[in-house]
Ligand binder design. Structure first.
Ligand SMILES: C[S@@+](CC[C@H](N)C(=O)[O-])C[C@H]1O[C@@H](n2cnc3c(N)ncnc32)[C@H](O)[C@@H]1O
Length: 272
């Protein structure tokens, strides 16, 4: 039987969303993750766009768009119109500036909003993507229901997310792990059930575990680099707790190696 998530510490759902948004709009996110905040980077975003059959004239919603890298990429690569929504106001501002710099502001715009309560009319979009973020939504059922609501009949969803096989190790259950998309990662079939539960037909599930291994290795290397730069006083990272970050990255790398965590891409369609 599906049970509700255990939220870390004494945080309620909106505090958790705020913490997550704050982490991904901070300087840390770019420093540790680079431009794109999900395993597989823009190559997996391109795969998702191809599977969804995106093209000019289509209206696409990017739910939890972060600092906008995927939305901007999709507009450039496929010529579609993209609206990106993120909980973090600062992320929305940075994404808007990035779209202007990239010369795609006529195709892409960003709004602050909550995936669990989207501020769009029913059947507004032809396609919707959500990359490495569904796992962080405290109310996954509400978010899935919003996906189904804002899509037009025949519209398609592309989800990519962290997957879990077996229980989450105890050292990966805290707030930092939640923000890092680990603590409430779901078995791949459970993601499919969330989409099916709102009437969407899941038509493809594709494992991309190697993308997660690559990302975790990259984060560990970048952490070492950042620590060195702070020691050399080349950069300033107030409140940086490298020991905690290193321990989390080490535990995550072990869990990925043991097969506890993976990454998967999934597409689904709303029946006509
Ligand atoms: C791992 S990042 C992924 C960002 C982007 N999708 C990407 O792949 O580059 C997770 C994002 O989810 C956003 N987020 C978390 N909870 C949210 C919610 N309830 N509604 C909208 N965005 C949310 C965070 O602010 C953060 O930008």
């Amino acid at each position: 039987m599906e049970t509700g998530p255990t939220l870390p510490g004494a945080l309620d759902a909106s505090e958790l969303k705020l913490c997550c948004a704050a982490a991904y709009q901070s300087g840390w996110a770019r420093l540790l993750l680079g431009e794109s905040f999900h395993p597989g980077g823009l190559a997996l975003t391109e795969r998702l766009g191809t599977l969804l059959g995106l093209g000019p004239g289509q209206r696409v919603l990017d739910v939890a768009a972060g600092q906008g890298a995927s939305a901007i990429f999709l507009a450039r690569r496929f010529g579609c119109e993209v609206v990106g929504v993120d909980y973090g106001g600062d992320s929305v501002r940075k994404a808007t500036e990035a779209a202007e710099r990239a010369g795609v502001a006529h195709l892409v715009r960003f709004e602050q909003g909550d995936a669990e309560r989207l501020a769009f009319a029913d059947m507004t979009f032809d396609a919707l993507i959500c990359e490495c973020a569904f796992c962080t939504f405290p109310d996954k059922r509400a978010a899935a229901s919003e996906f189904g609501r804002v899509l037009r009949p025949g519209g398609r969803v592309g989800l990519s997310d962290l997957t879990r096989a077996g229980p989450v190790p105890a050292d990966l259950q805290g707030l930092l792990a939640w923000i890092a998309c680990i603590a409430d990662a779901q078995p791949v079939d459970q993601y499919a059930r969330y989409l099916q539960g709102v009437g969407l037909d899941v038509d493809l599930i594709e494992p991309h575990n190697e993308a997660l291994s690559g990302m975790v290795q990259g984060i560990r290397a970048r952490l070492l680099g950042a620590e060195l730069l702070v020691k050399l006083k080349k950069i300033d990272l107030p409140n940086a707790n490298f020991e905690q970050a290193r321990a989390l990255a080490r535990a995550a790398a072990e869990a990925v190696k043991a097969g506890t965590f993976g990454y998967a891409l999934m597409t689904a369609a709303k029946p006509d």
